[in-house]
Design a protein around this ligand. Structure first.
Ligand code: ADP
Ligand code: GLC
Length: 499
């Protein structure tokens, strides 16, 4: 079976969050299941730097609209994954964040940039393609690729789609909403401008178009799949998702055990150290090394809490910011790495100034430090308001760093409270500073009981979060899809996205 996996990020080259990690690991896991996988991503500058010799294999051009002619280039990663790069310099050959410009604003041409990525995927999987490889399934991810099924439905006369489409929702908070005039710029016909097309409150929504037209929908945890069928978690699309619920499945993400493994993590060079569930001594060394790197007091006697996160409303870190001052008066250290909302950045930086040696804050994106916090901390805090899956709580369990999480989405599905049989984390329900604070105090109490703490750590480190299970579930989904009629054969729904 041939799979074209389309994404706007791929770690380690282009990553703003979990999507980058998933787009690097899942295709490899699918390959290990025997599938023939190609990953289509934009030719960002970082990818050019890594693969300067990528060779041109096609030059699609599109009639109507303003999508530019581009080329598709092929290269192979050191892990043996085939990448197809959408090469259009003006759109993608930039430094830094894939979505934002140098001033931190969304790029003004994002609709056309990701419209182009989607259009190229639709071209590759249609009878118009000049490539000799046509996918059975196009696996789309998030709004940036959600127009693939829409383009499939409205291909020019005589051109047919050759593939089924599956759209994975990694985060409903990002929908790709643009002004109405974008429709003609993208070369989409007037017929898409309908309640069962891409129109959403007078604007054009990439994600809504994908949710309407994809043959199958998945999201990244079973709990999130349930939560998004109703508001507020449906983020305005709950009605449509409910209408399509038979096509929607929750498949829990995995973690890449080659990248996130305390026994072989290249970021744990001395003074950090490797360790395993059997030999935890290296973890103590990692704690001291992290304290030293961040200017925290170097002591094993105080529990160290880690946070690595986008600082946004979603992640609930305002709950921590509100209770941290009080908490930092108890014996506790906090190491936070993140960036995002300026108010939160400032609040945490002010705490670091107020509590030198106890609280260290690094604003920015730092892959090495992220690994070192996972290894050096005792506890990992993730108080998300909503969380489609979340990867850090899985990474932290693998590193014997017990997670404190709010019970939502993928956090609910991957962390069991220490009070339950086989539990090895700390879970709270209410999105309030006091619920977080009480749970943190409960976790600190547990940390003081060293023998039972070690039991919890070992239990956490031995949990199987590998991608194999998810890859099997996706393979089943692809197989089912190939046996059912395409959504494009079914009359357009009368689904109401509004309530
Ligand atoms: P989301 O995708 O919603 O941000 P996930 O938990 O799924 O959340 O994935 C976040 C990924 O991004 C993890 O690999 C995490 O380590 C990484 N990450 C987040 N913020 C930073 C940062 N400031 N520096 C380095 N890595 C980060
Ligand atoms: C999104 C979600 C996160 C998920 C990631 C990968 O960014 O916010 O919960 O883990 O995608 O699927």
């Amino acid at each position: 079976m041939k799979i074209l996996f389309v994404s706007s990020e791929i770690a380690p080259w282009v990553k703003t969050g979990g999507l980058g990690d998933v787009s690097a690991a899942l295709p490899l896991a699918l390959k290990a299941q025997g599938l023939d996988v190609r990953v289509l991503v934009p030719a960002y500058r970082a990818l050019w730097a890594a693969f300067p010799d990528a060779t041109e294999i096609a030059r699609p051009h599109f009639l109507g609209g303003q999508l530019p002619t581009c080329s598709v280039r092929e290269t192979i990663t050191p892990e043996g994954l085939t990448l197809w790069l959408v090469d259009h310099a003006q759109s993608f050959d930039h430094d830094g964040n894939p979505y934002l410009d140098a001033t931190g604003q969304n790029r003004s041409d994002n609709a056309l940039r990701f419209g182009l990525l989607s259009r190229v995927a639709a071209w590759i999987s249609s009878t118009a393609s000049t490539l000799r490889w046509q996918p059975d399934i196009v696996h789309c991810n998030d709004w940036q690729t959600a127009l693939v099924p829409v383009f499939h439905r409205y291909l020019s006369a005589g051109i047919r789609p050759l593939s089924r489409t599956l759209l994975t929702i990694h985060n409903l908070a990002f929908q790709g909403i643009f002004p109405a005039y974008t429709r003609s710029e993208l070369g989409l016909p007037e017929a898409v401008w309908a309640i069962d097309g891409v129109e959403f409150y007078g604007a054009l929504s990439f994600l809504k178009g994908g949710l309407q037209h994809a043959d199958a929908l998945t999201t990244v945890s079973p709990s999130y799949a349930d939560e998004i069928l109703t508001e507020p978690q449906g983020m305005g699309l709950g009605g449509l998702l409910h209408y399509r619920k038979d096509a929607l499945t929750g498949i829990l993400n995995g973690l890449d055990t080659t990248v996130w493994n305390p026994e072989s993590d290249p970021y744990l060079e001395p003074p950090f150290a490797a360790y395993s569930a059997r030999r935890l001594t290296g973890k103590k060394q990692c704690k001291a090394a992290l304290q030293s790197r961040l200017g925290l007091d170097i002591t094993p006697k105080v529990p160290l809490c880690g946070v690595i996160s986008r600082l946004t409303e979603q992640k609930g870190l305002d709950l921590l910011a509100s209770s941290a001052r009080e908490l930092l008066h108890t014996p506790l250290q906090l190491a936070l790495l993140g960036s995002g909302d300026a108010t939160l950045e400032n609040a945490f930086c002010a705490l670091a100034e107020e509590f030198p040696g106890r609280c260290a804050v690094r604003i920015g994106f730092d892959e090495a430090l992220a690994h070192q916090i996972e290894a050096g901390a005792d506890l990992f805090i993730m108080p998300s308001r909503f969380e489609p899956c979340g990867l850090n709580q899985m990474y932290s369990q693998r590193y014997g760093t017990l997670p404190i999480v709010r019970s939502t989405g993928g956090l609910r599905d991957t962390v069991r409270d220490a009070l339950e049989p086989d539990g090895c984390g700390f879970v709270f329900e209410a999105p309030t500073p006091s619920a977080l604070q009480q749970t943190l105090l409960r976790a600190l109490e547990a940390w003081r009981d060293k023998p039972s703490w070690r039991t919890l750590q070992k239990r956490a480190m031995r949990r199987d979060f590998s991608w194999r299970t998810a890859a099997k579930r996706y393979t089943e989904q692809y197989e089912n899809l190939l046996q059912s009629p395409p959504t494009s054969d079914i009359p357009l729904s009368r689904a109401v996205a509004r309530h």
